[in-house]
Design a protein around this ligand. Structure first.
Ligand SMILES: [Zn+2]
Length: 255
């Protein structure tokens, strides 16, 4: 028998499984619904923080961002918002955007449509209760998606936000390691802002994914994330980058 008769279906199955894995986990895959993966100008850097609010870190981070005139977007965990509603509100008061990062931070890939809806709805209600407005942005925990997350998110009026760079600031490594992992932002800015006008028109700036908390518990230590930002923010500013919320990142670019 021709081996292809046996192997072709296996190969097709493997390809389909690979495609599902790609669509579920690759930050710029559009298989399971359109997502925001870049800002609309190379000049705009959208810094995002997941897994807060975190009383041990977020207030220090807010001061750091203020010092560098930086705005950011925070993807909040519902149960932490319920514990620290004032901190969630302060994010908005100080000019930042907030988004939904589910109630308990499960891997949504494995949840059925009802459970996905409950995770999104509970976090939505927690944020709405704290800031007296509906958040517009959603980021799935671990970046994992499946076919019923996009409909559940759009039902609540969300657009899903992924990233171009996730340096891994949850890892137990020295700040110097994290600083070097954030170097691609600098390289992209240098390349794209080097005076090539068409790259400005086709602008696609970075979305950086960091963490001001941990989904495991409140008060997680993220001082290395603060140190890395303290290092990079003035340098990125000198390169011509602006630090914007996701709202500003997708707004019609100024020329
Ligand atoms: Zn997370």
């Amino acid at each position: 028998m021709n081996p292809w008769i046996i192997e072709a279906p296996v190969a097709a199955l493997a390809a389909a499984a690979g495609l599902t894995a790609y669509g579920a986990a690759h930050p710029r895959a559009q298989l399971f619904g359109r997502t925001i993966c870049r800002t609309n100008s190379p000049r705009k850097l959208a810094i995002t923080f997941d897994d807060g609010p975190n009383p041990a870190i977020t207030p220090k981070l807010l001061d750091l961002l203020d010092r560098h005139a930086a705005q950011a977007t925070f993807f909040l965990i519902g149960q932490f918002v319920r514990e620290c509603p004032d901190l969630a509100k302060e994010l908005v008061t100080r000019g930042h955007a907030v988004g939904n990062h589910t109630e308990l931070h499960p891997n949504l890939f494995w949840l059925n449509p009802t459970k996905v809806r409950v995770e999104l709805r509970l976090c939505h209600d927690a944020i709405k209760g704290a800031i007296a407005a509906s958040p517009k942005w959603f980021r799935p925990p671990y970046g994992m998606r499946n076919p019923w997350i996009a409909p559940a998110a759009s039902e609540l009026g969300y657009r899903t936000v992924m990233w171009t760079l996730i340096p891994g600031d949850w890892q137990e490594k020295p700040a110097e390691w994290l600083i070097s992992r954030m170097q691609p932002i600098t390289e992209n800015a240098r390349r794209k802002l080097a005076g090539r006008p068409q790259s400005v028109v086709n602008g696609t700036g970075d979305i950086l994914c960091l963490h001001d908390g941990s989904h495991r518990q409140l008060n997680a230590d993220r001082t290395r994330t603060l140190a890395a930002l303290e290092y990079w923010l003035p340098r990125w500013r000198d390169l011509g980058l602006e630090f914007v919320t996701i709202d500003d990142a997708v707004r019609t670019p100024e020329s």
